[in-house]
Design a protein around this ligand. Structure first.
Ligand code: ADP
Length: 673
């Protein structure tokens, strides 16, 4: 059994270089996790922090539930295999493998049994009497693995173990390590810069860049649903090609206009997971196309599934099993593509950062094409990738998190997709207030707007809305299980996301409601209620005398100059992550509204709750929130004061669930807990 939990892990070198930023991951028992990314992205540093070879600057590392930040490497029950196998040259293979057990005073017969068993698993029994210099690279690497196996560790950490081997041997060892993982049934964490290694070995992959985790998912999901341009370009060979473009939705179709000229048309249904707000013909996007999703055009292909694009061939690579055809989108203009330039452009097409017009066709081996030819490519429209050109984030994520659709706001109602909901008081006040000054002089505001509705704010089960379930999909690749429902609502596609197993089936007709505190209709001044509160402060201690007159210390979360007694668990975490430096740090405390319980003010401040005053009530129908002034800052919290009472300026105390607190080092901008 070995599960690992990494929460807000940071590594800061020399007080300034952040090698690893806010690494969060839950690793289950028996998983094969691969950390992959270009050199210097923080993979090894993360692995070494897990091994205990490197201090953790901030954050919490647990193995099987226990915090191990301060546990010595030797006591973590972890074995690490490095790139350079570091075998003892004067010892035999047997002695090399037995060494750690011998030092640990394990009985001789147990050592013998473990070493021979490991040698058998690794196929090196016949070399046990040899010295390392009489072994090949692959055999030495096996001995290095053997030294780790005999210790029966809970977790195997492997840092680029194959990078000293030649390509052929690497391939074979890859398969062997995968088999070893299956046989041993322990948790493996494997570091590599090689995306092919990552894709073939990992049950889940962590893609890193510049010290930041870019995406954590299964190889298949990373390939099919890259979260951003970097992941898209890094995973897959030949790489995805990128094309600057704009999208325009016209009825049930979407026109995809490449900046370089050509256009494609897709059914909206094909792209319905892409965020519709990018389909206005103006938002700059980047279209990503994998060579796997481009084939030579054949007569009779379904034009709603495949887009036909002309291609001027630059390079043809016959690989035996298949032929890769590189070309520029568009028909050649004579004398405009000299051979040298064409070759250069092909190189650019291989560079993920390049945003040219090079496309790659994966053609059958017998496909005939020559440089300068015009051929027609068929692009699989269902497999297109789309990214925001500025943020580089996917706008067609695996889990659609936002619905955007036309709506009307009028007469205190929100209407969209054939549904009509009364606006809660918090929003009618807002919209009418903003209308009021101009209503005398200007014509009334057009009721049409664009509703932005997070998939988690479409609440299934009760309410005035009606939806039909078209598809359910479960996501459990990351930390929590979620169910995505694809719904038809008044002829439109909408998504609902729940953190629960599926409870409706395809074909079900389900009522639904909205969480109005999370919707936006920008044109009507409707914005989501803030989802996180922030209070600034410090962590302080006070000397006290206990009942026997002994000196003790009490610790407080000092929020906006109000001390709140710290919960035992949080105190331990703060000290284990930052030591006594925590007492000097400038902190911010962040917490969601539902972490706060509001009650009428106690007579005296009692250092368990914060004191505040209600400034405003926000009635969202299902829930009423209060805006509460705490030392000049506003905290939003659920408020169940009875209607009709006077709440303005009510003195309240706020109890914060400290398990839901995020504590940030304000100066270093590091999440501590
Ligand atoms: P990777 O394993 O992905 O190649 P590393 O984890 O080794 O990357 O390094 C991440 C970053 O931390 C790099 O920028 C590297 O220069 C820096 N780094 C690593 N070790 C040290 C150190 N001992 N002192 C200062 N910076 C370091």
């Amino acid at each position: 059994m070995a599960s690992l939990s990494l929460k807000h892990i940071y590594k800061v070198y020399d007080g300034t270089t952040k090698a690893v930023n806010d690494f969060n991951m839950e690793i289950r028992d028996k998983e094969f996790i691969v950390f992959v990314g270009p050199s210097g992205c923080g993979k090894s540093t993360t692995l070494r922090m897990i091994a205990g070879l490197e201090d953790i600057s901030a954050g919490e590392l647990r193995i099987d539930g226990d915090i191990v930040n301060d546990v010595e490497p030797g006591d973590r029950n972890i074995a690490m295999v490095f790139q350079n196998y570091a075998l003892y040259p004067h010892m035999t293979v047997y002695e090399n493998m037995a060494f750690a057990l011998k030092t640990a005073k394990v009985p001789k017969d147990v050592i013998h049994q473990k070493v021979t068993e490991a040698a058998r698993i690794l196929g090196i029994t016949e070399y046990l009497a040899r010295k390392p210099k009489a072994l090949s690279g692959g055999q030495r690497q096996r001995v290095a693995l053997g030294r780790a196996i005999v210790r029966s560790p809970k977790v195997f950490l492997l840092d680029e173990p194959l990078s000293n081997l030649d390509a052929k041997l690497r391939g074979a060892m890859r398969a062997e390590i995968t088999r070893l993982h299956e046989r041993l049934g322990t948790t493996f964490i494997y570091v590599t810069h090689d995306q092919v290694e990552a894709m073939t070995m990992g049950s889940r992959i962590v893609v890193m860049k510049g010290g930041f985790v870019q995406q954590i998912d299964t190889p298949k999901n990373l390939y099919n649903h890259p979260a951003n341009l970097f992941v898209a370009g890094f995973m897959g060979t030949p790489p995805m090609s990128f094309h600057p473009a704009t999208l325009k939705k016209e009825g049930n179709t979407v026109r995809i206009k490449l900046d370089s000229g050509p256009e494609m048309t897709a059914d909206y249904a094909t792209l319905n997971r892409a965020q519709t707000r990018y389909m206005d013909g103006a938002h700059p996007v980047i279209l990503g196309v994998r060579p796997d999703d481009v084939v030579p055009w054949r007569e009779g292909m379904d034009p709603t599934a495949w887009a036909k694009l002309p291609l001027t061939v630059t390079v043809v690579e016959a690989l035996g099993g298949e032929t890769l055809v590189y070309g520029h989108i568009g028909v050649a203009v004579p004398d405009e593509s000299p051979i040298g330039a064409a070759a250069e452009d092909t190189e650019a097409g291989k560079d993920p950062a390049a945003t040219g017009d090079t496309l790659i066709i994966k053609a059958p081996a017998d496909f005939e094409a020559h440089s300068g030819d015009t051929v027609y490519a068929a692009v699989n429209l269902a497999k297109l990738h789309l990214f925001d050109r500025e943020t580089e984030a996917s706008i067609k994520p695996r889990v659609p998190t936002e619905n955007v659709c036309p709506c009307a706001v009028a007469d205190g109602h929100l209407a969209f997709a054939g549904q009509r909901f009364p606006l809660p008081p918090a929003l009618t006040e807002k919209t009418s207030q903003e209308d009021a000054p101009s209503s005398q002089t200007a014509p009334p505001k057009a009721p049409e707007g664009e509703l932005s509705l997070p998939a988690e704010a479409l609440l299934l089960g009760t309410g005035m809305g009606r939806a039909k379930v078209e598809e359910t999909e479960i996501f459990d690749g990351d930390t929590r299980l979620r169910t995505l429902y694809r719904l038809t609502v008044g002829g439109m596609t909408l998504f609902a996301l729940e953190s629960a197993p599926p409870r409706y089936r395809v074909g079900d007709s389900v009522p639904f409601d909205l969480d109005f505190s999370r919707i936006a209709v920008e044109s009507h001044g409707i914005t989501p209620l803030r989802v996180e509160n922030t209070l600034d402060g410090r962590f302080t201690k006070e000397k006290e005398l206990d009942d026997k007159g002994r000196k003790t210390y009490r610790f407080y979360l000092d929020m906006e100059d109000q001390p709140v007694a710290v919960a035992e668990e949080l105190r331990e975490k703060l000290f284990s992550c930052k030591g006594t430096a925590i007492l000097r740090a400038l902190l911010s405390y962040r917490f969601p509204p539902d972490a706060v319980t509001v009650s009428p003010r106690q007579k005296e401040p009692d250092k368990t709750a914060l004191m505040g005053r209600v400034t405003r009530l926000l009635d969202y129908g299902r829930i009423t929130y209060a805006a509460i002034d705490v030392g000049g800052k506003t905290v939003i919290a659920p408020y169940d004061g009875k209607t009709g009472e006077s709440h303005e300026n009510a003195a309240v105390s706020l109890t914060i669930d400290q398990t839901k607190l995020t504590v940030v080092d304000r100066e270093a901008d590091i999440v501590i807990v």
